[in-house]
Design a binder for this molecule. Structure first.
Ligand code: PLP
Length: 407
């Protein structure tokens, strides 16, 4: 008899976006003529830029020739992309990485979920709350999170991010083995300053804590003083793994490509106190379980770093950030308290009542969908998230309706 991994059975059945879809469908059944606009989606809407499309076409043509055909690629990714990453994402910020510290992935979701395979099941974990759900759910699946009571997992240390602390949590008052940080943050759209991030790196070095730093939204940072990588902080190479994604950077949610940095200085301990470098372990894990990201996707990602690619990708990010600005200013004008949206494509808004109550009022009153903050964790109650990933036309129409509805 095969015994099931019953940790999976602890996962709550209802996933936030499934709940939202159910409620929106119910609304549509009752109001078949209503034109519902979503300001809740986490997916991008604008097409891939020309530089990327041309690179993909070239790559496909190459694969169609005897000389250019490629089968399995290196599990760690092709050097042409890893070199482009080194030169463009890190060297200009004074960060020196070895090419073998970069692992190309098929998007940050896989690696932010898989990375916890490197650590024992009985490590304690700390997460910011609200949170991108993958961090917790992947730990639940392995049995590390314990059991869920009143929305909290028993073995997880929750670090509330609230308007009172500027959405950057206080350092935990006890030792935690592994901490997940995500900045710019999904869902709050807020960022962390260098000084604040330095506190976390110092905490990690002092407490022998491993930080998993999710930088999936770094391309949206406009303020030059905000760190785009944790490795801008001295000492981070000894305590942090960092995840990047091209999904929101360049519209790769369907193309699939990103990368993970596992520095060679980073170690974790055995029960007997021996220090084990994590880079070779991750390399071993990837070589065993991953056969690489497609050649076409990696050539597409490389094209983002060409002068044309940079300009075109930047234009799309600007496009989304114009939406963010409009969403922020409209809600502020209407008297709501809004956060984020200045260095991130998410706007986090305080609601007068509960998250779900506001969600329903907005859906029924203006036919607009937002994401209830409580779906991202207990501290998200009383907030909703808006995203800037819509088209200008839809975003403007949505805001026009919201203004009318609020009057
Ligand atoms: N990390 C965060 C914080 C995200 O919000 C997302 C996607 O929404 C991801 C990672 C996953 O991105 P990818 O499409 O690269 O898997």
């Amino acid at each position: 008899m095969a015994l099931v991994n019953d940790h999976f059975l602890k996962l709550p059945n209802n996933y936030l976006f499934a709940d939202i879809a159910k409620k929106v469908n119910a609304f549509k059944v009752m109001h078949p003529k209503a034109d519902v606009i979503s300001l809740g989606i986490g997916d991008v809407t604008q097409p891939l830029c020309h530089a990327v499309i041309e690179a993909m076409h070239r790559a496909v043509d190459e694969l169609g020739t005897s000389a250019g055909f490629r089968g399995y690629g290196p599990e760690q990714g092709y050097d042409f992309l890893r070199e482009a990453i080194l030169k463009n994402d890190f060297l200009p910020r004074g960060i020196h990485l070895d090419i073998d510290e970069i692992f190309i992935n098929d998007g940050a979701k896989s690696d932010t979920g898989n990375i916890q395979e490197l650590i024992r099941w009985d490590n304690s974990i700390g997460v910011t709350d609200p949170i991108y759900p993958v961090y917790i759910d992947s730990n639940v699946m392995i049995g590390r999170a314990g059991v869920q009571e009143n929305g909290h997992w028993s073995n997880v240390v929750y670090m509330p991010c609230t308007r009172e602390n500027g959405f950057v949590p206080a350092l935990p008052d006890r030792r935690v083995d592994v901490i997940y940080l995500c900045y710019p943050n999904n869902p709050t759209g807020t960022v962390i300053s260098k000084a604040e991030l330095r506190k976390w790196v110092n905490y990690a070095l002092k407490n022998d804590t491993l930080i998993f730093f999710d930088a999936a939204y770094q391309a949206y940072i406009r303020d030059a003083d905000i760190p785009r990588s944790i490795y801008e902080i001295r000492g981070a190479r000894k305590c942090a793994i960092e995840f990047h994604s091209y999904s929101k950077t360049a519209g790769f949610t369907g193309v699939r490509c990103g990368y993970t940095i596992v520095p060679k200085d980073l170690t974790a301990a055995t029960l007997t106190g021996e220090r084990i470098p994590l880079n070779p372990l991750w390399n071993r894990r990837q070589s065993t379980k991953f056969n690489g990201t497609s050649y076409v996707s990696q050539r597409a990602a490389e094209a983002i770093y060409t002068p044309d690619g940079k300009q075109q990708v930047g234009a799309t990010i600007d496009y989304y950030m114009q939406n963010a600005e409009k969403i922020r200013t409209t809600f502020r004008k209407l008297g709501f308290e809004v956060f984020g949206g200045e260095n991130a494509p998410y706007i986090w808004m305080k609601t007068p009542g509960s998250s779900w109550q506001f969600f329903e009022e907005l859906l029924y009153g203006a036919n607009i969908v937002c994401t209830p903050g409580v779906g991202f964790g207990p501290s998200g109650e009383g907030y909703v998230r808006f995203t800037a990933f819509g088209s200008h036309e839809q975003t403007e129409e949505a805001l026009y309706r919201i203004e009318k509805w609020s009057k």
